[in-house]
Write a protein that binds this ligand. Structure first.
Ligand code: DLL
Length: 434
């Protein structure tokens, strides 16, 4: 039986949802124009006033915001409420450039946690569940967001944060956790450790996992589901739009429903900025229509995906986004060919390898090199050089078929690629250092 947190909204007719979005958008544009000089300037430069925005059909008239704007406006330049009305900040990990800092009023936090509660409920969560949250806590939105959502559902919440994997498993067994929230790469690691510790899925009570914050493939989903004996649900979000819970998966597992009462989604051509028709692949853009403190209008996520309004068997009418197929800024261009790490992961898992790999790109004599280190799983393990070389050739051939370019594959012994407790580092691009 499908569970909903807010059936009225989640299954609302398209017509009513559009009306709700129209009203909220008009009010939000007024709020932002009046309170955020940075965005007012962008609108003025484009010759758009709040009066020009009467419904979602006018959305295209508004200027885009990008991460570069957020950095330029750092830290307070996009704040739409007095600082004294804000009760929290969260932030991105900021591996490149300045961090992005997002602000929340108490109302913003309530709505955000409610979005996360919808995700937990869609994964079957109720007040009788024990929800183990192993996303990082702190500035990262994963821990706080799912923690708040779990409270709202009424689950017994285990605020574990990430790390100390054996202790995670001990708690999971002792406290009979039924729902696990963490990155998919950490879920895979928890599964691996569970079996290494001599336990099986019979020793745990997990039924569902809510995994997101990084790309993961369908193949990886099946691996995790098998290893932990659960149904694995995807969850999507980004710090700039509040955190996890912008979109969540239902029992159909064919994409994530976007919480459209809070976020309007568009797909654009990342090169021209042109809005693309439904079903096209392009960059996802969000307008947050309910946020008070940090309401971003037409924010370019850099995530490449497809939106669909095909009827969903779960009964929800909320538009669905595909798994992000990559980020427009994560896409590697190797010898002129577009390569997403997820394509390589798909081949690895199809060929029976675990998703423990690292991609290294370099430039030697003006030519790009692609090296892929792949861990041998126990059943693939061999200490015969000839055997390993044959396996490397087979894998390289399969990857060439997928990508159109030849990689050098290096099989490495089990457990030699560092495991991740948060977002996995899959790519080392040495070309940037030159
Ligand atoms: O990763 C928020 C989050 C926490 C989402 C926990 C889900 C669960 P950031 O650190 O700002 O926020 O990173 C946002 O991560 O633009 C995507 O590129 C990527 N991402 C997030 N969820 C998914 C997902 C959090 N389900 C960036 N699949 C986004 C693929 C995802 N990529």
């Amino acid at each position: 039986m499908e569970r909903y947190r807010n059936k009225e909204i989640e299954c609302m007719s398209r017509e009513d949802m559009k009306k709700l979005q129209d009203e909220r958008l008009v009010a939000q544009v007024k709020h932002v124009y009046a309170n955020v000089p940075y965005y007012k300037k962008l609108m003025d430069e484009k010759g758009v006033t709040p009066d020009d925005i009467r419904s979602t059909a006018d959305l295209y008239k508004l200027p885009f915001l990008s991460k570069a704007d957020l950095r330029e406006a750092y830290p307070y330049g996009l704040l739409a409420k007095p600082l004294s009305d804000c009760v929290r900040i969260q932030s991105t990990s900021g591996t490149t450039g300045k961090r992005v800092v997002a602000f929340y009023t108490q109302h913003d936090i309530d709505l955000w946690e409610d979005c996360c509660a919808r995700a937990i409920t869609a994964a079957g969560g109720t007040k009788d569940d024990v929800c183990q949250v192993c996303y990082g806590y702190g500035l990262f939105t994963g821990g706080p967001g799912l923690n708040g959502g779990s409270h709202k559902v009424g689950c017994l919440t285990l605020p574990m944060s990430s790390g100390n994997t054996e202790r995670q498993i001990q708690f999971m067994i002792d406290l009979q956790s039924t729902i696990l929230c963490c990155t998919p790469s950490y879920a895979a690691y928890i599964g691996e450790t569970l079996h290494e510790m001599g336990y099986t899925t019979d020793d745990i009570k997990l039924k569902a996992g809510i995994f997101g914050a990084e790309p993961w493939t369908e193949e990886m989903r099946r691996e995790i589901e098998k290893s932990l004996g659960i149904k694995a649900y995807d969850i999507y979000g980004l710090t700039e739009t509040s955190g996890p819970g912008v979109a969540f998966e239902c029992s159909e597992q064919t994409g994530m429903h976007i919480n459209e009462d809070h976020f309007i989604a568009e797909i654009i051509d990342p090169d021209t900025g042109e809005v693309l028709p439904e079903g096209s692949k392009g960059e996802l853009v969000f307008t947050s229509i309910t946020k008070e403190a940090f309401p971003l209008l037409r924010y370019r996520t850099r995530d490449i995906c497809v939106l669909t309004r095909e009827k969903c068997s779960c009964g929800r009418t909320l538009v669905k986004m595909s798994k992000p197929l990559g980020r427009s800024d994560d896409m590697l261009i190797i010898r002129g060919v577009n390569v997403f790490p997820s394509q390589i992961e798909t081949v690895l898992i199809e060929q029976g390898y675990a998703p423990n790999y690292q991609i290294e790109v370099d430039r030697v004599n003006n030519s790009d090199t692609l090296d892929i280190n792949v861990e041998m799983s126990d059943d693939k393990f061999s200490d015969m050089v000839k055997d390993i070389q044959q396996k490397e050739r087979d894998l390289a051939a399969a990857i060439k078929t997928m990508l159109g370019i030849s990689p050098k594959v290096h099989l490495v012994p089990p457990k030699t690629i560092a495991r991740s407790e948060g977002k996995a580092v899959r790519v080392i691009d040495k070309r940037k250092l030159q």
